[in-house]
Design a protein around this ligand. Sequence first.
Ligand SMILES: Cc1cc2nc3c(=O)[nH]c(=O)nc-3n(C[C@H](O)[C@H](O)[C@H](O)COP(=O)(O)OP(=O)(O)OC[C@H]3O[C@@H](n4cnc5c(N)ncnc54)[C@H](O)[C@@H]3O)c2cc1C
Length: 383
Amino acid sequence: MADFLIIGGGIGGLATARALLSQGHTVQVHEAAPELREVGAGVVLGANAMRALHALGLHDAVRPHGTPVTRLDLRDQQGRLLQSADTTPFTRRLGFDNLGIHRAALQRALLSSLPAGTVRLGSALEQFTESAREVTATFADGSTARADALIGADGIRSRVRRQLLPEAQPRYAGYTCWRAVVEAQHLHLPAGESCETWGQRGRRFGYVPVGQGLVYWFACLNSPEPRHPRFRDFRLTDVQAAFADFHAPVPALLALTRPEQLLWNDILDLPPLSHLAYGRVLLLGDAGHATTPNLGQGAGMAVEDAATLARCLAEAADLATAFSRFEQRRLPRTTRVVRTSWQVGNIGQLENPLLVQLRNAAMRLLPAAVSRQQMAWLYEVNE
Ligand SMILES: Cc1cc2nc3c(=O)[nH]c(=O)nc-3n(C[C@H](O)[C@H](O)[C@H](O)COP(=O)(O)OP(=O)(O)OC[C@H]3O[C@@H](n4cnc5c(N)ncnc54)[C@H](O)[C@@H]3O)c2cc1C
């Protein structure tokens, strides 16, 4: 059994801590934030992520806090259907739902699966050194910790990755996004239905049920640069105005939002890395393969990483072999998700009216078999 330091107490770090503890390893999670605040909006955990949670013994802790998403509709700005995917044949075959869930509920369920004291809050990694026998981490408060291995699960702006690969920087996708979770029971949206609308002039809106009558929505607009001054001052009323000509229930969902519920992020990803394993150090979750959110797979990939790492550790005789197997198993999939998601975002955010027309026509004509194939590789992981 080995000692692990996990840097970052997000979805990836907490799921990995649970995976390693279940195998009898010793784990200390170091989280920079002074408290694990209930931040974020909704996430979709695909059937692949639910299967990974099952492998970690966490499925039943998470499942009651979300709601199944059984239909993925793609519409144009007027609400005309461009494509519709019924996910139930997949989820039935795999035995797991696609789950819409509030990110805070997911984080809470993961955290409560860990023994008290596993997560050290307010503990920000500054740097680490690696010797032939161990890794030593130094934190912002001057304290140090040693272990057999260090897992960088510290998100898209990972300090661990910056030390290993200073040149690997997040890249801006060209659009910015507002999100919120609203109480929308009285809108009586069809159960299990999620919808994404590709509008004109680089405007995109989506919503997903996340359980208990709550609906998560996101709204994206093209922006020439991150933190653009125009959008820094954007308020809820500006978001409402930008999407006022979208079909129902878009304006109604925006009208249900309170200004303090609004979250704003520029959309970034990480150009795919060539490696995730670096001796006694491993990158996982967004630290190793942050993706744009267009396939709804960021949190899911972090959970898959945890389950795959546990399998690799159980199978391999030593840490180096386990980490290198993890890299071999995970890189092809995470790279494909990152690249495909980037392309989907570029198509969804098109501005040119002629291209928008062509895109919508092409989406309408796309055979159902093609979108089924897309879902198959997302949900049916074989590593
Ligand atoms: C608009 C948007 C929509 C999304 N929608 C979806 C979706 O529908 N489905 C989905 O699966 N995913 C979605 N995601 C992505 C998902 O939220 C992330 O992929 C996921 O949270 C990654 O988890 P993580 O643990 O790797 O990183 P994070 O959740 O970012 O956690 C990293 C943690 O590390 C901590 N940390 C950072 N630096 C240090 C340090 N130096 N020392 C110690 N701790 C540190 C941070 O405080 C943080 O708690 C979306 C993301 C965005 C932006």
